[in-house]
Design a protein around this ligand. Structure first.
Ligand SMILES: NC(=O)c1ccc[n+]([C@@H]2O[C@H](COP(=O)([O-])OP(=O)(O)OC[C@H]3O[C@@H](n4cnc5c(N)ncnc54)[C@H](O)[C@@H]3O)[C@@H](O)[C@H]2O)c1
Length: 308
C-alpha cells in the first residue's frame, strides 16, 4: 500500500513529535486531530529548538516540514476518510483509546492502517472490538519522539504480517529504528528490560546497599556507558555463554524478583515526594536542576545521534 495521508489522533507531547517525524518525507500530508485546539506549530518549534540551534535542521527546513502538518478538531472534516495510516496518541486510557478507534473505524477505509502509541496497554485489548483487527498494530515511540530512534512495532493477536511489515518499512523510511515485538506482552521489549533494571536499582536503595546517587553513578560509569554500542546479548557472547551461565547460576537467586511495586515508592508517594514535579523523589530537585536535567538529556541525545 502507498502511504500518503497520515492522521495523528492526539496532539499532545507525543502526537506533535510523531507528526514532526513523518514530516521528513515531503510526499506525506499529515493532519493532527485533537479534541481541543492545540498550537501544534509552536509546540513542534519549541521541541525542535535544539535541532535548529545545533544546525541539524535549518529554520527553512523546519518551516517547510511544519507546512506539511495540518491540524483539526473536527474528525468529520473528511480527513479520516482519506487517511492511509493513523497513529493514535491520545490519553493512556483504555476506554478513550477504544472509543477513538471506534470513531476512526466508522470514518476510515477498511484498509487504513491503525497504529496505537500506547506505552503499556495491550494492542489486542485496544483493538478487541474493531471489525478489521488485522490492520491494527502497536507503534511504541519513545520520548522524546523526535529524537529517540526506537519504535516498537507490536503485533496484537490479530495483526497481519503485511500490516506489521508495511509499518516497519514506513518507520524505517522516516529514519526510525523499528523493532518487531512478535507477541503482545506487557512492557513489549524495551520496557520489560528497563523496569527489570529499575526494580533492582530501587531494591538496592531499599536494602541499604547504596544510596540513589551511587546507584545511578554505578550505571553511568559502567555498563550504561557501553550500552549504546554493546547490547546485553552481544555482551553475553563477548564474555562467553559459559561465564554468563556461571554468573547467573550464582547471582540470580539474590536479585530482586518482587512482583509488586516497592514499598519505598509507596512511602514516597504518601509523603508527596513525586520526583521532578514536587522537587523531591529519590533525590532532591531544585527548579534549576530539573531544567538542567531535561536540557542535558536532549543535548546528550543530539550529540550521540548527530555528533553535534
Ligand atoms: N509521554 C511519554 O513519555 C510517552 C512515551 C511513549 C508513549 N506515550 C503514549 O502516547 C500517548 C500520548 O501521550 P502524551 O504524553 O502525548 O499525552 P498528552 O497528554 O501530552 O497528549 C494527549 C492528547 O490527546 C488528546 N486527546 C485526549 N482524548 C482524545 C480523543 N478522544 N480524541 C482526540 N484527542 C484526544 C488530548 O487533548 C491531548 O492533547 C499515550 O498513550 C502515552 O502513554 C507517551
Amino acid at each position: 500500500m502507498t502511504i500518503k495521508n497520515i492522521l495523528i489522533a492526539g496532539g499532545g507531547m507525543m502526537g506533535k513529535n510523531i507528526a514532526f517525524v513523518f514530516s521528513s518525507n515531503p510526499d506525506y500530508a499529515i493532519t493532527v486531530y485533537d479534541l481541543f485546539p492545540t498550537d501544534v506549530d509552536s509546540g513542534i518549534r519549541k521541541n525542535c529548538a535544539q535541532l535548529v540551534s545545533k544546525g541539524i535542521i535549518t529554520e527553512e527546513e523546519l518551516s517547510a516540514r511544519l507546512s506539511r502538518i495540518a491540524f483539526t478538531t473536527d474528525i468529520d472534516d473528511g480527513l479520516a476518510a482519506q487517511a492511509d495510516l493513523v497513529i493514535e496518541a491520545v490519553f493512556e486510557d483504555m476506554q478513550v483509546k477504544r472509543e477513538t478507534f471506534a470513531k476512526l473505524e466508522e470514518r476510515c477505509r477498511p484498509d487504513t492502517i491503525f497504529c496505537t502509541n500506547t506505552s503499556v496497554m495491550s494492542p489486542s485489548e485496544i483493538s478487541a472490538e474493531l471489525k478489521h483487527r488485522e490492520r491494527f498494530v502497536g507503534t511504541h515511540f519513545w520520548n522524546p519522539g523526535h529524537l529517540i530512534p526506537l519504535v516498537e512495532v507490536v503485533k496484537s493477536d490479530a495483526t497481519s504480517d503485511e500490516t506489521a511489515e508495511t509499518v516497519m518499512e514506513v518507520l524505517k523510511a522516516v529514519g526510525k529504528e523499528p523493532v518487531l515485538c512478535k507477541k503482545d506482552v506487557p512492557g513489549f521489549i524495551a520496557n520489560r528490560m528497563q523496569h527489570a533494571l529499575w526494580r533492582e536499582a530501587i531494591s538496592i536503595v531499599e536494602n541499604g546497599i547504596a544510596d540513589p546517587e551511587t546507584v545511578d553513578k554505578a550505571v553511568r560509569y559502567s555498563f550504561g556507558l557501553r550500552l549504546p554500542q554493546l547490547g546485553p546479548l552481544e555482551n553475553s557472547d563477548m564474555i562467553g555463554t559459559q561465564l554468563t551461565y556461571n554468573i547467573h547460576s550464582y547471582i540470580l537467586e539474590h536479585i530482586e524478583d518482587s512482583h509488586t511495586s516497592s514499598p519505598i515508592l509507596g512511602q514516597m508517594l504518601d509523603e508527596g515526594k513525586m520526583g521532578f514535579k514536587s522537587g523531591e523523589g529519590f533525590m532532591k530537585w531544585t527548579p534549576e536542576a530539573v531544567e538542567r536535567s531535561n536540557a542535558e538529556l536532549n543535548e546528550y541525545l543530539i550529540r550521540m545521534l548527530y555528533g553535534k
